[in-house]
Design a protein around this ligand. Sequence first.
Ligand code: NAD
Ligand code: UFG
Length: 336
Amino acid sequence: MKVLLTGGAGYIGSHTALELAKNNFEVYIIDNLANSSIEAIFRVEKLTGKKLTFFELDLLEREALNDIFDQNQFDAVIHFAGLKAAAESVAQPLAYYRNNIGGTLNLCAAMGRFGVKNLVFSSSATVYGNPEQLPISEDAPITDAASPYGRTKLMIEKLLSDICAADSTLNVVLLRYFNPGGAHESGDIGEDPNGIPNNLLPYITQCTVGSRKALTVFGDDYPTPDGTCIRDYIHVVDLALGHLAAISKLQQNPGLVTYNLGTGRGSSVLEVIQAFERTNERKVPYVIGLRRPGDVAECYTDPTKAKIELAWQAQRTLEDICRDAWRWQKKNPEGY
Ligand code: NAD
Ligand code: UFG
């Protein structure tokens, strides 16, 4: 089966490429390398002993994108490509709408033109905004997101829902990720953010390796047991395997379906720091700072729907995430 991964050189895409290649899928990747390195692809090839087909291309380049679809009959597409830094999207909304929405429009048009019927989309728990109820199930109300980035995810979900309503032969799985972390157990591929990391785990590993001074914990006055925010941290390999389950689901012609991918377990920022320190026997330098605008106090999934309908559930623990994230960072102090 030929699967195209847009954004497949990135953090989640490269881990998914590895699991797909291991399971004998033919993997094709389109990435403009805006937030990734081609080295990730070489390492996936080395780890799996399989060849991936890579096109360095921006999804906004419509003609070249159509040529790739014309020359390759893909069975399914996993659409990871997008800009993802929420704070940056507040400062540069147009860049986010252009890239994330524009790229998706071109991709959907190419799929339509060349008869590709199956799509998995990387959405986010950010679409739930400040949840009214915990844990969060897929039918929780979707109102607005806290950033232009989050709004692009909402808009793309709606766009995909509209095209599915217009064409009953299309199949789309929307995957709403909770908080991905960790790395492949080899320590050869992992998260390599450009500049200052936005996310907690890469910030912790960079502080521990010495490339940043101290982590700022964004607020300790939330209505949670220790006052810091609670999130559902999911190991990136479990997340990657969720995509394989989604591909199997597409083969049942489900139309449009949505799944949360998380563990169902919430951990506070201080619990993550403690788990990291315990697992790796390293101190994480940190200070308590102000709340970060847009953060919600608690966010964790009800994992039941994915467990029943995808026969998928996260297997790895927060300790696994901390151990594997640190192994990657230690082996690659400056990333790729
Ligand atoms: P990433 O930045 O590592 O990967 C995204 C990849 O897309 C990068 O390699 C980038 O170069 C590429 N890309 C961006 N715009 C492109 C374009 N116009 N044309 C071609 N390639 C383009 O991010 P990730 O963490 O692997 O996230 C993958 C997807 O999952 C994104 O859509 C992201 O919004 C979503 N997501 C991520 C998280 C998270 O915390 N990492 C959480 C929820 C959802
Ligand atoms: N945090 C800190 N200090 C930091 C970074 C983060 O205290 O330097 C805290 C945040 O306040 C939050 C927690 O760590 O409480 C997790 O923050 P992240 O930035 O790692 O993750 P978010 O939950 O804010 O958002 C992430 C992705 C989004 C995605 C969302 C889904 O970045 O793209 O998960 O839940 F939409």
